[in-house]
Design a protein around this ligand. Sequence first.
Ligand code: NDP
Length: 385
Amino acid sequence: MKTVTILGATGSVGTSTLDLIEREPERFDVLALTANCDTEKLAKAAIRTNARIAVAADESCLPELRAALAGSGIAAAGGRAALCEAAAMGADITMGAIVGCAGLEPVMAAIGQGGTVILANKEPLVSAGDVVLAAAERHGATLLPADSEHNAIFQCFDFARPERVRRIILTASGGPFRDWPTEKMRAVTLEQAVAHPNWSMGAKISVDSATMMNKGLELIEAARLFPVPEERIEIILHRQSVIHSMVEYVDGSTLAQLGPPDMRTPIAYCLAWPDRMTTPMAPLDLVAIGRLDFEAPDPVRFPALALARHALEAGGARPAILNAANEIAVAAFLDRRVGFLEIAAIVADTLDCYDPPAPDTLDDVLTVDAEARRLAGERVKDCVA
Ligand code: NDP
């Protein structure tokens, strides 16, 4: 029996994680579940799984959470400090499924306990990769990537002989606008941007997929997780999302991991690691799929790819600025305050006007993150005016 905490239990990844652990109650014992403010969904999940504690990160939602849990015997807490305390309860397995850099401090709190930390939440690795990896090393925590591409690479990568890896090939679906000309993309609506052709995901990552910033963030994430020089990590378009990524070796062998476009497969891999567990998905029907297509991505229509590549190459504070500005720009797009093509422009302008020294500590990263958010917020106002 392993104890499990889910940070971001009410989201898309959190819900998929709950689905898997609720199928095997004899294997998983839920410690803490957290959300931002979806108290109804959080309380229902906490009651179903008999969690010890449920936490609303937004403290103003605590009274509602308390009311929803009344009589259940499950503790309720609220606020950022309570979120980090819940993350530090010492679960054997913590799923990091909060969206954005808001997940950084709770993930660090979980790492501080030295257990297994599953990272779906990619933004902390992008913004604070060195800090997160150093903490994992220091505390003996095991980091497992749930992002489907990184999970695929993890399954194919020979960690004993990294020098024998020639290339990592990150596959990208290309999102809903992969065939659209730039002019048409100018008028993209929120509804069009969140309608991903292959995956069902939260709003922020869906927009990131549409701009292809998601693949840019994943490029940085891959460079953090796998000991391969960044210029040997390539991105190719693979519209069926059947191959989740590949590792090519010096002898010409390329290993790929295939699976349905459903996050429950990589999440199950992490939950059961180093074992395997069954999932409810139908087996991959390759005959029905029929063909697998590959294309080069278009850097002109998707400038986010080059922004992320440059941020990775430059290092220092650049990835944290890229991520923070993107979070602000995507939030503004989701609020219908800026247009779709302005997202990458806001990120580019924020990178242009802010160049602080490389952050060394968690506090340094949070300072860079806050200032980049402020500057990107100012830039958003220009778009609206
Ligand atoms: P969702 O938006 O569906 O869920 C986000 C979760 O985080 C919710 O539980 C939400 O609570 C909580 N949350 C939001 N803001 C805060 C905050 N400020 N403080 C604490 N908790 C907060 O996101 P996804 O599940 O789609 O994605 C989660 C992470 O996983 C992202 O980093 C994403 O990039 C990554 N990922 C997602 C994939 C997917 O298929 N969805 C695939 C691969 C990676 P509430 O419900 O109360 O708002």
